[in-house]
Design a protein around this ligand. Structure first.
Ligand code: THU
Length: 133
């Protein structure tokens, strides 16, 4: 499943972003271990703090569809440089994707790749839980 067009899927879903406050659209495509692709865009709210980032929308969609293990997440936005996932999204991605690779593409063509450990070193684990390691 190497040739799945995650970048194309991320660009497509970016067009559905609901971002009337920041005017900054983000799209992402998440590849599950099954090969299924889940997408997400940011969904803002008049109560700004309730905004949901593209990454968390994609994770929620995947989990609701029954998939919890992921290979790769591709992120795109309106910025010319690659955007990095916010802190909240790093925690959520870590919950489900300890081996996930995150790849962010800027409009200029620049690309950055991170492992989850690079994004969130020394992450919180609930003592005694079955949190994935
Ligand atoms: N945003 C994302 O959706 N993902 C990120 O990785 C960074 C930020 C969104 C949240 C908000 O709607 C807008 O970008 C500006 O912060």
């Amino acid at each position: 499943m190497q040739n799945i067009d995650l970048l194309g899927a991320a660009h497509d879903v970016l067009l559905n972003a609901y971002a009337p406050y920041s005017r900054f659209r983000v799209g992402c495509a998440l590849e599950g271990e099954s090969g299924t692709v889940y997408t997400g865009c940011n969904v803002e709210n008049a109560s700004y703090g309730l905004t949901i980032c593209a990454e968390r929308v994609a994770i929620g969609s995947a989990v609701a569809a029954g998939e919890q293990r992921f290979k790769r997440l591709v992120l795109v936005s309106d910025a010319s440089e690659p955007v990095a996932p916010c802190g909240a999204c790093r925690e959520v991605l870590r919950e489900f994707g300890p081996t996930l690779v995150v790849e962010s593409h800027g409009g200029s063509g620049a690309t950055v790749r991170w492992t989850i450990d690079q994004l969130l070193p020394g992450s919180f684990k609930l003592p005694g839980s079955e949190h994935r390691s």
